[in-house]
Design a protein around this ligand. Structure first.
Ligand SMILES: *Cc1c(COP(=O)(O)O)cnc(C)c1O
Length: 363
């Protein structure tokens, strides 16, 4: 081969649509819009198991390793591919941040417009930066996510724009792929799959994925689904919409989930649970995952581990149970949270003695 002669990628991961094509509603003519999402690491949490003294086979599915830093990319590749197939000129979404980041990036790749409505002041800076840099038309509303979603729903009734929130059925279709990957990576389905729950699209999608994989005889059993909401934004747990949801975990700050029914079905059909965890429990899990396992996830992502720790204390699991926790997003998006939880670094004079003194007991 000549130096500098570029022949393409030799061992490509082709993105979730091409890798699992038979499971998706795409046609020969569907233009595939992909940033090669999926194929995210499944990491065995040995350190955490020792540190907490828990007798579980615990794994993290780190979906923060997706191209825009969250699992939303799994759904967006399909939503944008179908929008292109239908010759759409623009996509629109309401977002707590990651949906808009993902929609903006995939719209940029597809070469069409993205419009995003976000609740003012309530989205993580990194996510807002993503929407802006991908050149989406960003509109902040003086209201919350649920209000933004209502406006977006009304707009698509009137204008020829494609809605790419998780009420777009293709979003959930794409998000099924996380379940396929977990089964392929383990060689079997886990006994439990734990996820944070906001709009409840992901838990609904993963459950659908497991059922389809079983029907296709790729697996012979199904996992038990565990969903965790933040205590201040736990409509499904409380059994009624929450008017002013509050939590540090902005990605799951949702008072009236669009996929409420899907979450209940996932729980009941699998014999699982949907529970609430407090912000303190979420933040504890968040710093633990980072400091012990070396994975920096979003606060919302840590609700999965926080919930598993809570159920463990209630003796919910059996010894040696295999539990997969989805870590839904990358912590860099919302790094401000770190400074709310941890102390600023020490500041000393620029001389060796001062540094040695500051490191007393450490070196
Ligand atoms: C969207 C999102 C969630 C919530 O997922 P749903 O499908 O809305 O339940 C959780 N964590 C992160 C990081 C997200 O971006």
């Amino acid at each position: 081969m000549k130096v500098g002669e570029c022949k393409g990628i030799r061992f490509p991961w082709r993105g979730i649509i091409e890798e699992y094509r038979e499971f998706f509603p795409v046609m020969e003519k569907t233009p595939i819009v992909t940033l090669k999402e999926g194929n995210t690491p499944l990491i065995k949490a040995e350190n955490l198991k020792k540190k907490l003294g828990i007798d579980l086979e615990l794994y993290f599915k780190f979906d923060g390793a997706n191209p825009t830093g969250s699992f939303k990319d799994r759904g967006m590749t399909l939503a944008l591919s179908k929008a292109m197939e239908e010759d759409s000129k623009a996509v629109i979404c309401a977002s707590t941040g990651n949906t808009s980041a993902s929609a903006s990036a995939y719209a940029a790749k597809a070469g069409i417009k993205a419009i995003v409505l976000i609740p003012e002041g309530k989205i993580a800076l990194g996510k807002l930066a993503q929407a802006l840099v991908h050149r989406a038309h960003v509109i902040q509303i003086t209201g919350n996510f649920d209000e933004a979603l209502n406006i977006v729903k009304a707009l698509v009734e009137k204008y020829p724009i494609t809605l790419v929130n998780s009420i777009n059925p293709y979003r959930l279709e794409g998000q099924k792929s996380a379940a396929f990957e977990i089964c392929d990576q383990l060689g079997f389905p886990p006994k439990f799959h734990a996820l944070p729950v906001g709009n409840a699209g992901n838990i609904t999608a993963c459950w659908k994925g497991y059922k389809e994989y079983k029907r296709a005889e790729k697996i012979t059993s199904l996992p038990i689904m565990l969903g965790f909401q933040a205590a201040g934004a736990a409509p499904i747990v409380r059994g009624r919409p929450i008017k002013n949801p509050e939590t540090i975990a902005t990605a799951i700050r949702i008072g009236n989930p669009a996929n409420w029914k899907g979450a209940i079905e996932s729980r009941d059909e699998s014999g699982g649970r949907i529970e609430a965890v407090t912000d303190d429990e979420i933040l504890n899990a968040y710093t633990l995952i980072a400091s012990v396992e070396g994975i920096f996830c979003e606060p919302a992502s840590a609700a999965s581990l926080a919930g598993v720790m809570k159920l463990y204390k209630e003796n919910y699991f059996r010894a040696g149970d295999c539990v997969v926790c989805t870590l839904t997003g990358n912590g860099l998006k919302d790094a401000d949270v770190v400074f709310k939880v941890l102390k600023e670094p020490l500041k000393v004079k620029a001389d060796i003695q001062a540094v040695v003194k500051a490191l007393e007991g450490i070196i």
